[in-house]
Design a protein around this ligand. Sequence first.
Ligand code: MG
Length: 389
Amino acid sequence: MSILALVVAAGSGTRAPGDRPKQYRLLGGEPVLRRTVRRLRACGDIAGVRVVIDPAHRAFYEEAVGDLGLPPPVSGGGSRRESVRAGLEALAAEAPRRVLVHDAVRPLVPPALCGRVIARLAAAEAVAPVLPVTDSLRRVEDGRIRGEMPRAGVCRVQTPQGFAFAAILDAHRRIDAPGATDDTAVALAAGMEVETVPGEEENIKLTLPEDFARAERILARERPRFRTGFGYDVHAVDPARPLVLCGVTIPDAPGLAGHSDADVGLHALTDALLGTVAAADIGSHFPPGDERWRNAASSRFLEHARDLVAAAGGRIEHVDLTLLCEAPRLAPHRRAMRTRIADLLGLPVEAVSVKATTSEGLGFVGRREGIAAWAVATVGFPGSAPDVR
Ligand code: MG
């Protein structure tokens, strides 16, 4: 099923104070919009995410999500309804079968909730997550209760709301509902049937100043998830080249054959990092035949993997390498190797382990024909599931 997600981020957020609209403010150290986009992308069924913004906020947008590889943002209108309409018109060229419309200021949306909406959408033209109302409802004027409101049959409606794309686009084109606060209002006015699925209490909408503190508390309860990546590499000895291991040139030692600088340590470590985000291997990112990588410093491969981990919301906690090498002795270079890797990954040197051993004269390493390396990387994904594509 082809599903795109539309994130409505064009609001000016006049009810929450701050130097910028709330969808661009930091929550748990990350811009609200960025967290929202990452969570939607963590739902495997969503093929792409497009954001509708106020063009006046373009600089905030670029700062928040400019590195996530999203398609260009859509310019929104003066109201939520106009913004959604503009977003749907922009998606029309891609002709998705289904669309999810989500508020940018619901950054804690659980990927499982997206999954529920999408699952129901397979047999419905419109789906909204809802929550029961448990408090009594009263009409209040001037601080005084003036009357009762029946609670029976009433619920709270959240986003993401899912729709058959052609039907909701047609509804937005035909129906004039300037005051619509969500898209079920437009769908209902167009005669669509709107099904419901259970919503999530933690999928709060950041509206009032205290909502940010509440969202921070929810985030703090979410334990980071950890992933471990593993990498292995081997290179043959080439005495004509300098020996570069873990970004450090070792003097007076035979080097290694390879298309790049043949840094077997950084290659294994690059694969370990790629493994934490299931992003294939070093050879598929940097094909060995590519002239651009001839004699290249392998630090650029490691930096690429580091950036992919960061884009997925990961934080590298620790890396551990073992080099298998008959000669030269590597212990005198251990500190320099750890420092170089720590610099490249933005880690304290204490979080970088480099070990070396010989193979007791056995095998190709023992015959001094090659050097092998193994690496393990531990990456935490704070506050959400990994955004792994
Ligand atoms: Mg290699």
